[in-house]
Design a protein around this ligand. Structure first.
Ligand code: NIG
Ligand code: FE
Length: 414
């Protein structure tokens, strides 16, 4: 099957050879071909170029098994990679949203047994099939928003039985969804009520009981810890990451959302693919990241929704770092699957240019979920995963017009 896309206003993100990630000033560069064509054969990018050269090469090839798509006025760019989500969850938490409006903080809500524990209680009462159906609906929202590869965390189970339930649901999603999914084992998301006064006991449960089963059944690609004030300490994080690595899982952690807690340093020390959140980072964190391959991932949807400070991505890029953007889609701190909105937030609140934001949400996000070089590019030989916009005046219009639905079609070939 040959798909020929013609008259593309601008084909963005083309690269003859994909890069692993972009850092510092590289983030503001993108190769684009105006008035372009794109050829996709059996779901693989074959060729692209200027319309001026199209007739000579492909003019005769419009026979059977060929679909020609006229994309006049439209932009084409790589589909989003959402490298940090919690989309396997039952129910919703709009009561806490009201509590926040009335003045309670995220930490105060968590202390009252709300927050993560609230969703964990619902998780316990939800059977696997129902959870699967709900989660597939969340995933569909991500796909409709232009996401072609996604990381999904456990972490609302907080018991062996319920963490496994979540991970088995993610495995089913991997099997039947059109997008690439990576599973992240996040039992260390919060301390469940039975271990409220025995934090080390819960860490032992994760390491000694949960991890061997998770790894034995091949249920996870990554290991995560919420390393932060009031949650898991640096030394607990280190123990869990070390155990995860021994079981073949790659670290990818929550760090520095609530304070300067040493989360970045412990993540880098254990070779984390990414350290995520980073609302609180200083020079020491930036220096530590600079000498590593760890991708610094910001989640501006959580800053927006919780009214927290935004990650200082502008300064982090200016100091030469490789940064990514993700949705953090979850019922408590970021109930939105829209990567388009993430781009807008990054530009409006963190002063990323639209091109920097796109690269952070595609090329670098792929690196943050161990897909470096395979997603986030329009390159010959790669699977065709891209977004076709509605007609727009410029690329910047996409995130500028921040509530307009500008995605006309998402082409996904896993
Ligand atoms: O990434 N910060 C920790 N975990 C999630 C929130 C989960 C929740 O509130 O349900 C996050 O924001
Ligand atoms: Fe998160």
């Amino acid at each position: 099957m040959l798909d020929i896309y013609v008259n593309i206003k601008s084909l963005m993100g083309v690269r003859k050879t994909p890069v692993k990630f972009l850092k510092g000033a590289e983030l503001d560069t993108i190769e684009a071909i105006d008035d372009a064509y794109l050829i996709v054969e059996d779901g693989i990018i074959k060729d692209y170029g200027k319309m001026a050269g199209f007739a000579n090469i492909y003019g005769e090839r419009c026979g059977a098994n060929t679909a020609v798509h006229d994309l006049s006025g439209r932009f084409v760019f790589p589909a989003f990679v959402d490298s940090h989500t919690h989309i396997v969850y039952p129910g919703s938490r709009e009561q806490e949203y009201e509590d926040k409006i009335r003045g309670l903080s995220y930490a105060e809500i968590a202390k009252r047994g709300g927050g993560i524990l609230n969703t964990a209680a619902k998780m316990h009462l939800t059977d696997e099939d129902t959870l699967f159906d709900m989660s597939m609906q969340h995933l569909q929202q991500c796909i409709d928003g232009g996401t072609a590869a996604i990381e999904i965390k456990s972490g609302y189970g907080l018991s062996t039985e319920d963490e496994l339930k979540m991970l088995r649901v993610i495995r089913r999603m991997k099997e039947c969804s059109p997008v690439t999914i990576k599973a992240n084992f996040l039992a260390a998301h919060a301390f469940p009520t039975p271990y409220r006064d025995d934090h080390d006991g819960y860490v032992r449960l994760i390491i000694d009981e949960m991890l061997p089963i998770v790894a034995g059944e091949g249920l996870a690609d990554f290991i995560d810890v919420f390393c932060d004030e009031g949650f898991f300490t640096v030394s607990q994080t280190a123990r869990i990451l070390e155990a995860g690595i021994k079981h073949g899982l790659k670290p990818k952690i929550h760090a520095n959302e609530l304070g300067l807690t040493g989360g970045v340093q412990v993540g880098v020390e254990y070779g984390a693919l990414s350290v995520d959140h980073l609302e609180h980072v200083g020079d020491a964190e930036c220096e530590c990241l600079k000498s590593s391959k760890t991708i610094a991932t910001a989640l501006p949807g959580a800053s927006f929704f919780l009214g927290m400070p935004y990650t200082p991505l502008r300064q982090m890029i200016d100091s030469g770092l490789a940064v990514a953007l993700a949705s953090d889609c979850n019922p408590g701190s970021s109930p939105s699957a829209s990567m388009k909105f993430v781009l807008s937030l990054a530009s409006i609140n963190m002063r990323l240019t639209p091109v920097e934001a796109l690269n952070a949400a595609t090329v670098n996000a792929a690196a943050a979920m161990d897909l470096a070089g395979t997603y986030g590019h329009i390159s010959p030989g790669l699977k065709a995963n891209f977004i076709i916009t509605r007609p727009m005046p410029s690329f910047s219009y996409f995130s500028y017009s921040y509530t307009e639905n500008l995605i006309e079609q998402v082409v996904i070939n896993r």
